[in-house]
Design a protein around this ligand. Sequence first.
Ligand code: BV8
Ligand code: ZN
Length: 258
Amino acid sequence: MPDPKLIEDVAREIYTANHVTVLTGAGVSKESGVPTFRDALDGLWAKYDPQQLATPQAFKRDPKLVWDWYEYRRKIAREAKPNPGHIALAQLEQFFPSLEVITQNVDDLHEQAGSSTVIHLHGNIARNKCFRNCQGVSTLVDISDAVHKSDDEPPHCPHCDAYIRPDVVWFGESLPSQAFDRAVTLSERCDVMLVVGTSGMVHPAASLPLLAIKAGAIVVEVNPVDTAISGYARYKLRAPSGEVLPIVLQHLQRLSDA
Ligand code: BV8
Ligand code: ZN
């Protein structure tokens, strides 16, 4: 666990900020039992590279393999519960009522923990859409309306018969522009950006902390290990988010009661 003085300094920086923004990655859901993107490939999936599965080309090449990978991950996400890290981030709203959480995650654990505004840069694994977006971007399809023809392929769109796919952003696909634009605005406006549980490897999400710094903010990284972001983080809390974020919140509460 980081030095208590360091945690106190981080709490003070947050407490005295006007605008705080949060950017999270798969690490914040790890203690909820949701594998991070790099270890989402355990066991059965160990032989695949996520960038070989999370792409439109992979889906075209082997729709059943990709569909089954998402069914496997959706089941894990459905059974997962928010952990103390998600809950602490939601409690930040006591101090910053307009706080918005920018996440790369495709689960809904921030919402379940009580965060009021969550910006999903990479979509939502529980939702499905027509692979052709035949009714416009995005043609969401409720799984109960999908046409199940065979267990050897994904279900089909009820409008155009194309396969349906998870409503997530694959490699090589653009991020939802409204979500990314909002994330840029928040990054450029904040005084403190809390970056929690991301390796900082995937763009353009990974560029947001740098945008914040260019606009004069400081970055606080919460991650057990060094990442591509660590180099420009003012503070590094080297611990699991589920353990250290509740302690940061306790310090904030003490500062607020003083
Ligand atoms: C785009 C949804 C272009 C799907 C995901 C070369 C250089 C720069 C960029 C590129 C490049 N070549 C290609 C690109 C672009 C590419 C990219 O960035 N590639 C990288 C890999 C090099 N990006 C894209 O393709 C993006 N689109 O660029 O479009 C374009 C432009 C115009 C027009 C058309 C197209 C789309 C990227 C989105 C991909 N989709 N997810 C799905 O989930 O199946 S990305 C996926 O990986 C996750 O969503 C996440 O965002 C990302 C990275 O994962 P992390 O969240 O960081 O998780 P990771 O496992 O990496 O790390 C976990 C961290 O947690 C670790 O640091 C660990 O230490 C820490 N941790 C562990 N336990 C804990 C913890 N932390 C705290 N507490 C703990 N307990
Ligand atoms: Zn369709």
